[in-house]
Design a protein around this ligand. Structure first.
Ligand code: GLN
Length: 493
């Protein structure tokens, strides 16, 4: 018999609406699971009183006859989103004990739609990382194998959804941080077109790349959640798109054949080269075969500057980070060193104590590439190549409707295996960075298992504003296969 925590967001919502389940009962069930699986390291904070009060309010709305699609369903937020009812740390010592006076727009929108907040999820410090090992608080275990990383930077979000200690979570993706942990933990996640989701109240890492998105078990759930998260926020985020909120579920059909009808799937040559490990490749190939069987056409394409996306991203993202993180100076937010001689000593000690190694490394790289003598050689060049990467996608989309490939070259690696090799981590971002640099929507959905029985994610990238199509195409595969409903180990049942 399936348990409450086996239900998807869509199923939970339906049962809450029909009053088969109460929002309080559901929240209590999940709070119990969060407590029971604390050793995963997924959560940084919970507040049962706040959660239950929100659940009671949702039950009252249902009692009053409200029928909105997410009412009463629990969610947890990556600790990058500021929240007034929970502390916000961004995974950093710098923000230990920090309380925001307001909620991030995304958090507010989901709460407004009646979702119940279970707490805040662990992540890499300021969302910098690919393994969650850069959290200043604790690592997160991959629910499929506790000796492996869950991916990052939204590692807490992915692990919590995979372990079914939350039905859904928010994540943020600057260079892959929704897609890669979703792939490594065998769940579904989508990063929308840049500007779709408001960045207001998201602790900034690289502002021209940062985007929020949902992480859940299925594409259907992601579509429901994304519809509630997006929409214009023009007064508070200057890069927010002036486009009305959309129903991203509108292209989910009941039939897998219908959902891929006439679909041309572009396969970038550069995504299937030497660097791709054979186990991942086999799972991706099987998923592509399935799409072909359903009637899609596979089209070879090229994204010739794929390799350059690594140096370009690791110049632009640190440059923006070095500027964004200058606000953490011991005066405005969070941590302040206690023993200092003068103002400049206070700045130095505060930042030396508050930031971890990876964050310091990025601030130094960023300050360097922006400095007078090097700006033209690095930052300006990177910006030019960024534009060319975006243009390459436009060329490719003349030949295909969506692009498919791996999310990462391998499955999740062992905790500690790469923790003192930052470059090895950077190189593994090769397949997620291009869409980020171009501002395109991208998603990951489970498509099989590789080495050590670890999940493999299939990446789908669409043109601007094609989220509904991407989700429809992903849903098609999920109707035809059952990878998204596989769950990790007995001890998590
Ligand atoms: N792994 C990438 C980085 O370390 C991406 C992080 C992200 O998307 N937030 O910057």
């Amino acid at each position: 018999m399936s348990e409450l925590h086996d239900l998807t967001v869509a199923q939970l919502a339906a049962q809450i609406r029909s009053k088969e389940l109460g929002a309080v009962e559901v929240a209590q069930h999940y709070l119990g699971r969060i407590r029971a699986h604390e050793s995963l390291g997924a959560f940084l904070s919970t507040n049962e009183e706040v959660t239950l009060a929100q659940a009671r309010a949702a039950d009252a709305r249902i009692g009053a006859g409200e029928q909105s699609p997410l009412l009463g369903v629990p969610i947890a937020h990556k600790d990058i989103f500021v929240t007034k009812d929970f502390p916000t740390t961004a995974g950093s010592r710098m923000l230990q004990g920090y309380r925001s006076p307001f909620d991030a727009t995304v958090v507010g929108k989901l709460a407004g739609s009646g979702m119940v907040t279970l707490g805040k999820l662990n992540c890499d410090e300021f969302a910098m990382g690919s393994s969650n090992e850069n959290s200043a608080y604790k690592p997160v275990a991959n629910p499929w194998d506790a000796s492996r990383i869950p991916g990052g930077s939204s590692g807490g979000s992915a692990a919590a959804v995979a372990a079914r200690i939350v039905p859904a979570a928010t994540g943020t993706d600057t260079g892959g941080s929704i897609r890669q942990p979703a792939a490594f933990c065998g769940i579904t996640g989508i990063k929308p077109t840049y500007g779709r989701a408001s960045r207001y109240g998201m602790v900034a890492f690289a502002s021209s790349l940062d985007q929020a998105g949902p992480m859940a078990r299925t594409a259907e759930d992601c579509a429901l959640l994304l519809s509630a998260m997006c929409g214009p926020d023009l007064d508070r985020d200057s890069t927010s798109l002036d486009m009305p909120a959309e129903d991203f579920s509108r292209l989910l059909t009941g039939s897998p054949i219908e959902s891929v009808k006439g679909l041309r799937i572009g396969l970038p040559r550069e995504f299937f080269g030497e660097g791709l490990s054979p186990d991942v490749r086999a799972a991706i190939d099987a998923a592509l075969k399935e799409y072909e069987k359903l009637g899609a056409t596979l089209v070879p394409i090229t994204l010739p500057r794929t390799e350059l996306s690594i140096p370009v991203y690791y110049i632009i993202a640190p440059a923006e980070a070095s500027s964004n993180l200058s606000r953490f100076d011991g005066v405005k937010f969070g941590h302040r060193a206690s023993n200092f001689s003068d103002l400049s000593d206070m700045y130095k000690k505060t930042r030396a104590e508050g930031f971890g190694d990876e964050v310091k490394r990025r601030i130094m790289i960023g300050a360097y590439v922006l400095s007078h003598g090097y700006y033209d050689a690095y930052y300006l060049q990177a910006q030019k190549i960024r534009r060319m990467i975006a243009d390459d996608f436009q060329q490719a989309f003349k030949q295909c409707d969506v692009i498919a490939g791996p999310v990462a070259p391998t499955v999740a690696w062992k905790l500690g295996a790469r923790s003192d090799d930052p470059v090895a981590n950077y190189l593994a971002d090769i397949f997620t960075l291009p869409a980020s640099l171009a501002g395109l929507p991208g998603m990951s959905l489970p498509c099989g298992f590789g080495e050590g029985g670890m999940p493999v994610g299939l990446q789908l990238i669409g043109n601007y504003f094609s989220e509904a199509r991407l989700l429809g195409v992903a849903h098609g595969l999920q109707l035809a296969t059952d990878f998204h409903s596989r769950t990790p180990g007995k001890d998590l049942s």
